[in-house]
Write a protein that binds this ligand. Structure first.
Ligand code: G6P
Length: 604
């Protein structure tokens, strides 16, 4: 994902920026650029491709100067070419902007700017910030950025330099930014590794924070201009630790990345005015009268959630199947079938072969994929990237919730195109989708309670997970996470089906996780819980905040924020990931690389 570095001090900025960006390379990117103040003028060099390409250009065109900003970009809006690379300059070239995240209202902002005569050099949402700040600038960069951010909404880690300013101005909402404090020099970066060669004293910005960074000091305020105080933290991380963002495992880091990953998946694709999703796809959703969803592992469960979403919002019948079965069963697909393949890696061979099979039958093919340019993306008619960034932990976490978010977008896109999703429910659903990043942040706050529950039950030899309707796949994903990384045997069942078999397993040793979030089937799920309680089973309920009943029928309750019942699988996946994680840690398992599993399975 995109990396940010900014520097003000006494060293040659270009060297600091390049070194910092190198240390963020592991996040993945496809273009890079820097802006450095040289003799009172901002000079920008930016290139598609790897940092080496940028470094070569900087050899030919040296940028001596001690204030600068640098960026590695992982393309979301617009192709990975030179003009779309950051920094983005204002038209007068006096200021340069670097931005991670998505400006959700960039289209109306851009229209306004175009009407006022601005000319754009790129296809990015980020460039609107350069023009907007330029308009607001009256000699004070900090004020100009602050005023621009009253109009621009969305997610941003924003870093701005101006040739008349001795300070860099930064702001954060959702996308992380960390300030590094030095002596006679200060830094900013999207991630700690970029700072480690120079300083270990850092300030992590919070949502809604702004800062003006000069070489002798840093001023912190909120977006209204009120001063704020933030703790200075001494980081004692090794480089490897810092790649994990200070978390002990990649999996935990990735669990915590979900708020901004969801912002990446959804942001810029929802159209508030028309309550629809604009996915930039060539495929015409109105053409298809059935959908086949093909995937493996966690992606399969995300696809199963997608079935409920598409059937509810677009009223199109959906079949979901694991790819290894689909590819060999001569599926009934034709030109009126849209085949959707979901894959984090884009390399899973069964998924690839299955989508080839659907294409041979004439189906339209859509990939919901994380890894850019992966094999599946080269074979499908269209790809909807989930923009989750590199996922290193073998057990999928952030990619899973991002896949469901992407399937929600597909459901809205189909429902609207087919005229089956009316204005009012569309507006309600898309408004709830928008809230997801914040809700997931709230869900993460339950970690201490989840850790307590994990400890209480970590010696169980089996676990059962139950859920109904759109929460049935969540139960399966919860069980999969637990068995993958803790090696505890876990089984999942649709709650209503439990009485036809698994009920025989229930005794006082079996923890049973039941998904009882608000839904039209709430009452029925609660009666399924009574069946577990009556047989001495230990119930861990996952309930919606404010549900005062849950405590009465469950020994332990994990609360999740209220959302649209069709989006409950996203907020509910988070505590189940944490439950698996905390259990595996109690048992001393290799969380990031569980035995026998591979991140990307390229054999049959
Ligand atoms: C492997 C991984 C799973 C993943 C599955 C599908 O089994 O261990 O975590 O869900 O492959 O991978 P994909 O890259 O296609 O999403």
């Amino acid at each position: 994902m995109c990396g940010i570095v900014g520097y003000v001090g006494f060293r040659e900025a270009a060297g600091v920026l390049l070194e910092g960006l190198r240390r963020l390379e592991y996040r993945g990117y496809d273009s890079a650029g820097v802006a450095v103040k040289v003799n009172g003028r901002l000079e920008v060099v930016k290139k598609a491709g790897k940092l080496q390409v940028l470094a070569e250009s900087l050899k030919e065109r040296a940028l001596p100067g001690t204030l600068g900003v640098g960026h590695t970009r992982w393309a979301t809006h617009g192709a990975p070419n030179d003009p779309n690379a950051h920094p983005h300059s204002s038209e007068d070239g006096r200021l340069a902007v670097i931005h991670n995240g998505i400006i959700e209202n960039y289209l109306p902002l851009k229209e306004g700017l175009l009407q006022r005569g601005h000319v754009f050099a790129s296809e990015t949402d980020s460039e609107v910030l350069a023009h907007l700040i330029e308009e607001k600038y009256q000699g004070n960069l900090y004020q100009a950025v602050r005023l621009a951010l009253q109009e621009a909404h969305g997610a941003y880690g924003l870093v701005v330099a101006h040739q008349d300013s001795e300070e860099i101005v930064v702001a954060r909402t959702v996308s992380p930014l960390v300030i590094g404090l030095g002596e006679g020099e200060n830094f900013v970066a999207s991630d700690v590794p970029a700072l480690l060669p120079y300083t270990r004293r850092v300030i992590f910005l919070h949502d809604g924070d702004m800062a003006a960074i000069g070489k002798e000091g840093v001023r912190l305020t909120d977006l209204k201009g009120n001063p704020v105080q933030r703790e200075v933290v001494e980081v004692d991380w090794s480089l490897e630790d810092s790649e994990k963002g200070g978390y002990p495992h990649y999996m935990l880091k990735e669990i915590y990345e979900q708020p901004w990953v969801l912002e990446n998946t959804l942001g810029g694709r929802l159209r508030e005015e028309s309550a629809t999703a604009e996915l930039g796809l060539k495929l015409d959703p109105a053409r298809y009268d059935k959908v086949h969803v093909i995937a493996c592992g966690s992606a399969y469960y995300a696809g199963w959630v997608g079935k409920y979403l598409i059937e509810a919002l677009a009223r199109v019948p959906v079949e979901v199947e694991v790819a290894s079965e689909y590819r060999y069963r001569d599926p009934v697909a034709d030109q009126k079938t849209l085949a959707i393949v979901i894959s984090q890696s884009g390399e899973t061979i069964d998924s690839l072969e299955a989508i080839r099979e659907a294409a041979r039958k004439g189906a339209g093919t859509l990939g919901i994929i994380n890894a850019k340019g992966s094999s599946i993306t080269r074979e499908v008619d269209d790809t909807l990237y989930i923009h989750a960034g590199p996922e290193i932990g073998v057990a999928s976490t952030k990619a899973y919730t991002a896949m469901i978010a992407a399937m929600s977008l597909v459901a809205v896109w189909m429902g609207r195109a087919k005229g089956r999703l009316q204005d009012q429910p569309a507006a309600e659903f898309t408004a709830e989708l928008r809230k997801l990043p914040r809700l997931v942040e709230e869900a993460l706050e339950e970690r201490p309670e989840i850790a307590r529950i994990a400890l209480k039950y970590h010696q169980a030899s089996d676990y059962l997970f139950l859920g109904r309707h759109i929460q049935a796949p969540t139960a399966y994903e919860g069980a999969l996470k637990l068995k993958e990384i803790s090696y505890i045997h876990a089984e999942a069942y649709p709650a209503g089906e439990m009485k036809h078999g698994p009920i025989a397993l229930i005794d006082e040793h079996l923890p049973v996780v039941v998904l009882t979030t608000e839904s039209p089937l709430y009452e029925k799920t609660v009666s399924n819980i009574q069946e577990v309680r009556a047989r001495g089973g230990r119930v861990i309920a996952l309930a919606t905040k404010g549900d005062s009943e849950a405590k009465k029928f469950a020994q332990d309750v994990i609360y999740v924020p209220r959302t649209h019942h069709l989006l409950a699988p996203i907020v509910s996946a988070v505590p189940l990931q944490l439950l698996a994680y905390e259990t595996a840690v109690c048992l001393g398992r290799d969380v990031d690389q569980p035995r026998n599993l591979a991140k990307s399975v390229t054999v049959e």
